[in-house]
Design a protein around this ligand. Structure first.
Ligand code: SAH
Length: 255
């Protein structure tokens, strides 16, 4: 029986899909891809006779109907979503609708854009002794964010933050982060279209970033990364410290 396969497309670079996702695209009879963000070059992995739909202009029921039609015709249906579908992927509602119709599905993860952006900058979100937690969030916009998770209150943790879907409101993001307690000199990076050929990276501070983003005319498809993990202070991890023994390595004496 054919199935629906949710596949994470990765952040943009067509080589950043998983091998499993690539193989699924090769066998697909139908692909429904999120046209606003998925790199269309990924569709070159599909066969000539694969039917392709761009979900940008479809509503939930139209998407599910297309999935059902494909599966009933014996075709493997790929739902290709940007980054990984577990982050702002609207996969839950699709899964619930498939369950109602008793359509089987599989899920193959992808490289989320917040990981692509960290790679582009060559940074670690969890720098030892600086920050050991990452908050993934977004600002409320046309779709709400639960009140308990507003940016200002999350900012109080002063840990590494990655803010999706919010660059168009950079001024307000900065205001909220400052109100939450980040210092004006806190490092910030904005990465536009991480891993795409047109990628832009801007590394700055909270007090300067808004003007720089506006000057660059970056209004979408960008992540705002905030925190001292981007700063100059860092410590070496214990994991590779020659004097720090652990299960797989004895301590080396300093003499
Ligand atoms: N599921 C996706 C996120 C979808 S929400 C993921 O895992 O990455 C869409 C938002 O993701 C965009 O508004 C932007 O904030 C971010 N985004 C997606 N691709 C991006 C990229 N290549 N570079 C920077 N931000 C990206």
């Amino acid at each position: 029986m054919a199935k629906v396969h949710f596949v994470g497309a990765g952040p943009g670079d067509p080589e950043l899909i998983t091998l499993k996702g690539y193989q699924l695209l090769q066998t697909a009879g139908v692909v429904i891809y999120a046209g606003s963000l998925v790199n269309p070059e990924l569709l070159n992995y599909c066969s000539e006779d694969c039917e392709i739909f761009n979900s940008a202009s479809m509503n939930l029921i139209e998407i599910i109907d297309e999935m059902q039609r494909g599966v009933e015709a014996g075709k493997e249906v790929i739902r290709l979503q940007t980054g990984d579908f577990s982050i702002y992927g609207s996969i839950r509602e699709q899964v619930e609708e498939l369950k109602k119709r008793e359509i089987e599905f599989t899920c193959t993860p992808g490289v989320s854009s917040f990981l692509g952006a960290a790679s582009s900058l060559g940074v670690e979100y969890t720098v030892p002794e600086i920050s050991q937690s990452v908050i993934i969030t977004r600002m409320a916009g046309r779709t709400p964010v639960p009140a308990k998770e507003n940016l200002r209150s999350l900012a109080q943790h002063q840990t590494s933050m990655v803010i999706f879907l919010s660059v168009q409101g950079i001024k307000q993001v900065v205001r909220e982060l400052l109100a939450g307690g980040y210092k004006p000199t806190t490092p910030v990076a904005v990465v536009y279209k991480a891993t795409w050929p047109e990628e832009k990276k801007i590394v700055s501070t909270l007090e300067k970033i808004a003007d720089e983003i506006i000057a660059e005319d970056i209004t979408k498809t960008a992540l705002i990364m905030v925190g001292d993990f981007l700063g100059d202070e860092f410590y070496y991890s214990k994991l590779y410290d020659a004097t720090f023994p652990h299960e797989y390595r004895d301590a080396k004496k300093n003499d």
